[in-house]
Design a protein around this ligand. Sequence first.
Ligand code: FMN
Length: 361
Amino acid sequence: MNELKSFPQLFSGFTLKGFRVKNRIVFPPMVCFGYTGDDGIVGPKNLEHYRLRADSGAGIIITEATAVKKDGRAAPSQLGIWSDENIPGLSEITAIVRGHGAVSILQLHHAGLLTPPTVFPVQFGPSAETDKPSSRELTPDEVRELTKAYIQGAIRAREAGFDGVELHGAHGYLLNQFANPLWNHRTDEYGGSFENRMHFATDIILGIREICGNEFILGYRMGANTPKLEDGIDIAKYIESLGVDYIHVSHGGNLQNLPRPPKGFDFNWIVYSGVKVREYIKIPVIVVNEVKTAERADFLIENGQADFVSIGRPQLADPYWVRHVQKGEDINACLSCKPRCRWYESSELCPARKKLKQQSS
Ligand SMILES: Cc1cc2nc3c(=O)[nH]c(=O)nc-3n(C[C@H](O)[C@H](O)[C@H](O)COP(=O)(O)O)c2cc1C
């Protein structure tokens, strides 16, 4: 048992677009490869995964990157929303999340140039990549088809009962590729100027808003360094002007031009980017990455540096992270595996989870 601390800011409510959110903790989108089959349909493991995190108490649960097109998955086993057949399983997730009083959002995703050959032999992107002979530039008609696929994904998510969707515009995936001039070398209406590079995202956002209505939450996860933080700030201001309801600030999938937090700023450059972006916009901002503890998350809220804080890997390692924080109970800590989290491969490989299983058996 730890000393019971109340974290009043972290556990304060917030009204997001008319939805009462019970606290400022977000369970961010985190893919669980291996939990679904080639059809991308929600399976029992997905349901159990969300049931535990929702029961624990996060205010917002963002269902993991869900593919709008089968040939744009990031792995052969990824949740999908490319067909109406995906809707019933996703409805089971929303029933669970709502049943535990959390706001439910689904992340819409297409991997673009990062689609692995195990998913599809061709990688589509704003431009072909010179060192990837199997990559190909999307034609304008194909971009319009993909725009429809994202909008259709949002319609299906609404049908499944989600309170909203988040567009995955970070981590070097398709929307991020279009926004970044290092990947987007087009000279047509989808490339060149800032507005043209944002044209694809703009049509998706306006299309979702028009069809899904103003009651539906529409969020955008952006890459702060796209390619530099100053560009990220421009993206955030622009996305806000389109009527998006919140921005979730992560990285842009490249390690160039990383912003440097000033001395005394006790968080990493990704959190710093979120805090910086928030200074330029009025809509709520979710910050993320290695916040790790409730003390640190509470600090960000208390100091007006974030509206919400995503706690990712700690909630993978300890599904009851939120409840344990609230009750002052011991937390099964994430061991920060290097070079990267073992959950990408399989949740079974997570050493913290293994420890938890041993304790409970
Ligand atoms: C196993 C794993 C899966 C992830 N899946 C997604 C995803 O589906 N979509 C996304 O935008 N980010 C994804 N991320 C990034 C997380 O949402 C989060 O930004 C990252 O883990 C940093 O936050 P943390 O330090 O609190 O874990 C994933 C991260 C991990 C480790």
